[in-house]
Design a protein around this ligand. Sequence first.
Ligand SMILES: *[C@@H]1O[C@H](CO)[C@@H](O)[C@H](O)[C@H]1NC(C)=O
Ligand SMILES: *[C@@H]1O[C@H](CO)[C@@H](O)[C@H](O)[C@H]1NC(C)=O
Length: 790
Amino acid sequence: MRVSRLLSLFVVQALLGVSLATSSKKFEVTLSLDGQTSIVESDSVAVYHPKKGKYPVLFVGNDGSAETGGFRLWDLYGGKKSSPKELAAFKTGRSKLVEIVYSVGDDEEDYVVTLSMQDGIIRLYEIEGKEGKLKYAKEADKSVRGDFSALCTWRSKETGYQYIYVMGKRWVYGYIVREKSDKRRRKSDKLEIVETQEFALPVEPNSCTVTDGKVFFGGANGKLYSFPAADSTAIPKITDIGEPAGGDEINGLKSYHGKDNTYLLVGIEDAIEVFDVKKLDKSIGTIKFADEELELNGFAVYQRGSKAHPDGTLVYAGENDSGAFFGTSSLTPLFKSPSKLKANTKYDPRDCINKHAKPKKCSGLSDCNGYGFCPKDSRSKKATCDCFPGFAGSTCNKITCPDNCSSPSQGTCTGPNTCTCKAPWTGEKCATLAVPAHYETEESGGADGDDPAIWIHPTDRTKSRIITTVKSEVGSGLGVYDLTGKRTGGVTGGEPNNVDILYGVNIGGRKVDLTVAACRADNTICMYEITPAGDLIEIAGGVQQLPKEVEDLEDGYDVYGSCVYHSPKTGAYHIFINSKSSLYLQFELTVQNGVLSTKLVRHFYAGNKGQVEGCVVDDPNSALILGEEPYGLWSYPAEPDATAVGTLIDNTVIDGGKLHADVEGVTLVYGKTKKDGYIIVSCQGYSEYNIYKRTAPYDYVMSFTIPNNNEKSVDRVTNTDGVTAVGANLGKEWPYGMVVVHDDVNEAPDGSARSSATFKILSLEDILGNKAVEKLGLLGGVNPDWDPRK
Ligand SMILES: *[C@@H]1O[C@H](CO)[C@@H](O)[C@H](O)[C@H]1NC(C)=O
Ligand SMILES: *[C@@H]1O[C@H](CO)[C@@H](O)[C@H](O)[C@H]1NC(C)=O
């Protein structure tokens, strides 16, 4: 009976929903570009609503470039014709993220928050509104691990805590900003950032925003999600709201605070969809841009307006063929018919703040020592505090660390989730070996390097070469270097992504070595001949278009990662190409009348269809080892007639696997038998490399990272991408071979960033034969006589 009544109620509601939906018409408005900044690598922006008074309206935008990276400050209407005027640039390191927090501490100061990809530090800058200046609150610096993609802020009405949420590759960290207190709990005017929460997310968000007590986030899969913003350490329920923009990638999220309603603004590539935050099932309108070439990234709203823009201003990170910039548009068209929206130019973000809000006293539990939330039943005898990460005990009086910092031999727990490690151990659990590089390659001439390969010379191994890719438009191509990183040659163009080497391909009776890559500039497979001297030259058939059938498999297939396979069963040469959609294409490489030719022989979607890129093939074992960036490392049979069923080697799930997203480069070290040897995989967010046994059950062996080598002036590796290794004796300095890795930001000795990417060169003996892991006897798994031509 009850069930059927509920059911009929549901049907009625569903019908009502439909009739409402068809009766309300969507509006569409077009904004013109009214002002713009100079060219800057823009992704996100935050507008500052000044305290009442004649202060300038400021906005901050990120600068994502390697050389000048950080963020910049503009006076929104301070330039000619009310366009922005740049006031200052802050080189805090390549960054994508900026936000504002309002009314922190007893003095209710406002701050800019930014997070640098280069050093992973959250920084706060006090806004000295009257002068339009920022003052660095260095004491508040907080280190975050991982690769971050979204930042949003919120202030709790109950506790008055000002929160910062940092989201990355499928996780979120919550922090509070507060005034530091001394031992006797007297507040000072110095700030601190304290972590309160961490948990996994179903996607990697591009953007987040907090409004109406909810944290909204969305990303590449076009879905919008939310969870309640709360003073709690508990993992909240995450709600899947659906696809507000019909499945298009969500690039930006912000809200507009109307007089009665709040509107959620969802930014996609070329528009912003407008929703009433209480009815998220249907967009009420669309904001478009007069410039049809414009690609929209993050955006922000200034609600109060100015003479030039009486109904407020939209500020956004935009990009067209000329480059990226921040643009401004008057919001007036949004408030003209037919939208029925009313401008709220009296908006002040401080109005929704309860100035008397204070964290609940918890006297029976020593106020949780300042490192936890007071439980609801704090008077009960059994009550215990809800402790922040890194704190434990009924009153949060104990400090804890992951794996107790691999104590006692590798480190000790010296702070909440803070380990002090014994060299050469490092990392969040002191379980990662720090192994400095011997050399770095000379600068490549391009900002975005990606992947290296090592070509072994047929007769004199000391003359072997390192081959690297630059995928950015400027400086794109393959670089060739000797084993100490000196550039010996290269080719330009093509925007190759990953590079691999095929040995001894028979071309008209000649045995030829080839570099193989996927070139993104023209969506081809691109190959060069490697001469016996290690130079790259063009070869007939070296550029292979994708066959027509690929379009049928996937509309608009864009090549991305690649790797090669020489079958021990048939002697055939194969090339694997993938796209971000995870569709793998397997081609057989043949030679016809001395010209290279390819034929599609297999295709399959890899892993869980998360983004893929890096891969390597274990030839003797016919195993394709591939990374699924957000999720894990997989092994697939490499023969074209095999069923494409993958075996999971390891995953990135928090507390479940040992990998960290993004899972990027994959490479192999061969052993004396088909069972010996290792897989090495790079984890971009942590700039760490995990090593596994080469064959099932793929036991985890160890991980390492690459710190500064001050003696040799070779800087550390950050935001690493591709990796390659050979376990073959390459001469005196490399008795067990070499590892070469991509370094995103090449830091000069003074800590500033260089514009061109480099690759770092390490000895495999320093890693596997390190004294700290000597007892594992790992070098026994390497075959220094390994010869890729045998
Ligand atoms: C890019 O946008 C700016 C600002 O609207 C404009 O001045 C420029 O002409 C545009 N370039 C192209 C190639 O569309
Ligand atoms: C952690 O290690 C320390 C020594 O470094 C030891 O005193 C302590 O008992 C350990 N804690 C736990 C929870 O195992």
